[in-house]
Design a protein around this ligand. Structure first.
Ligand code: DI6
Ligand code: FE
Length: 427
């Protein structure tokens, strides 16, 4: 089946209302005045008021946004999107009182997804992940991180990462792959945690990196997963290969993982419900992003809030992501996560919006290409028929209509803006 690529978004997108905090204007936008975004060769060339539009662009096709709100393309910076099976049974167990740790100790948890993932072929994993990815893209996601970590053996981790790469190509979306070989101890290594960590560092990571499958390296540093020393060993292996690191840190307990990750210049520390003041200071000094995952907090019915006020006070950038995974966050709406970040974690609306755009891009090292509408960047933006940007975090439970420009193409046109342009002039 061959599919035509979506139409080019080149042209002048005019009469739109940008979110000022998420847009860099070439010419200042007077209050209340609609803006233009000029796209040429799939790149944003200029952003400003129609009255200041440079004459060089005047002949480009025009797309009338009719007052729609414009945001950068959304960025989902932490997902485990590729896996076999599902774990609804554990949801039921936890409702009956079992904790995440007890489920894991009973043979459920991550290793049950490992079994299903190992049994699935690459094509099967692709077919399972595709509709999940589509759901996220339909809300305006333009860049997504996809982790391995359900293979836990070279061939199966490779399979997951290859599927992640294929998804990016097939869907025309920026995919950042993260190798999470140190996610859980595979059953065949029970009681041999050090041996498995050695395997991750000396065989799996170098092989997958050589195949171009690893954009970043992550570890689940936790009582039920990998120790601080094992985490550092994986970070050293990543550092030797020049690959950036990130960490599942202080989700269930304060392991000191965030401070360690910061010492390795981590892109992000994620979850961080139990993050200490020392961890916050280390992250601030290293420029590490705090990735908040309210979906996991909600699903696990956690009650230990991440230290939002302290992160805010320290000036640590906060991103918000789905953490999509079959165990603790079967979430397929980044906008719902923005809503939960506000209601559960008390983020302000501007913080939540920066959390699913600018700061999420930084958490993936994509701060120069994603998360902001600005001249010189690839064209990724979304137009929403909303009166107030706060509506993005306010409504939940439905997919809003929107027009999506992704990788310089009109990936969706729910508002009929692009087709509009093709009607006879003046009609
Ligand atoms: N933390 C999480 O939230 C996911 N992985 C992790 O390290 C959960 C993964 C799972 O339960 O399958
Ligand atoms: Fe996760």
């Amino acid at each position: 089946m061959t599919q035509l690529p979506p139409p080019s978004a080149d042209g002048i997108w005019h009469h739109l209302r940008p979110v000022p905090e998420l847009t860099v204007f070439d010419e200042p936008l007077p209050a209340g005045e609609p803006a233009c975004v000029v796209v040429q060769d799939a790149t944003v060339r200029w952003v400003g008021p129609a009255t200041a539009l440079p004459a060089t662009y005047a002949d480009l096709p025009r797309h009338d946004a009719r007052g729609a709100l414009a945001t950068p393309g959304l960025v989902d910076c932490h997902t485990h999107l590729v896996y076999g099976g599902q774990r609804a049974n554990e949801f039921a167990m936890r409702l009956a009182g079992a904790t995440y740790e007890e489920v894991a100790q009973a043979g459920g948890g991550i290793v049950s997804s490992v079994k299903a993932t190992r049994e699935a072929s690459e094509d099967e994993l692709f077919a399972l992940a595709a509709p999940r990815l589509q759901a996220l893209l339909d809300e305006g996601v333009c860049a997504i991180e996809i982790k391995s970590g359900y293979g836990l053996a070279l061939e199966h981790e490779r399979k997951q990462l290859r599927v992640a790469r294929r998804l990016g190509t097939a869907f025309g979306v920026t995919v950042r792959t993260t190798f999470l070989g140190a996610h859980a101890l595979p059953p065949e290594y029970a009681g041999r945690s050090q041996d498995y960590t050695d395997l991750v560092c000396t065989e799996m990571l170098p092989a997958l990196a050589a195949e171009g499958l690893v954009d970043a390296v992550d570890v689940f540093c936790e009582r039920i997963a990998f120790t601080l020393a094992e985490t550092e060993q994986v970070f050293q292996a990543a550092q030797q290969l020049g690959i950036p690191v990130k960490l599942h840190a202080e989700q269930l307990s304060d392991m000191g993982g965030a401070a360690l990750a910061a010492r390795y210049g981590a892109l992000s520390c994620d979850h961080i419900e139990h993050l200490s003041q020392g961890g916050i200071a280390a992250m601030k000094a290293a420029g590490t992003v705090a990735v908040l995952l309210p979906g996991a907090y909600y699903t696990l019915r956690d009650t230990h809030l991440p230290p939002i006020a302290q992160l805010r006070e320290a000036g640590v950038p906060m991103a918000v992501s789905t953490d999509h995974n079959p165990g603790t966050s079967p979430a397929l709406s980044l906008l719902l996560m923005a809503n939960m970040a506000c209601t559960l974690f008390r983020l302000t609306v501007p913080e939540a919006l920066a959390g699913i755009t600018t700061h999420a891009a930084r958490a993936l090292g994509l701060q120069d290409t994603h998360g902001l509408i600005a001249a010189g960047r690839p064209a990724h933006f979304v137009l929403w028929p909303l009166g107030d940007a706060a509506e993005l975090a306010y409504w939940y439970g439905h997919k809003p209509a929107c027009t999506i420009v992704r990788q310089g193409r009109v990936a969706a046109d729910g508002l009929g803006i692009h087709t509009h342009q093709e009607a006879p002039h003046g009609a």
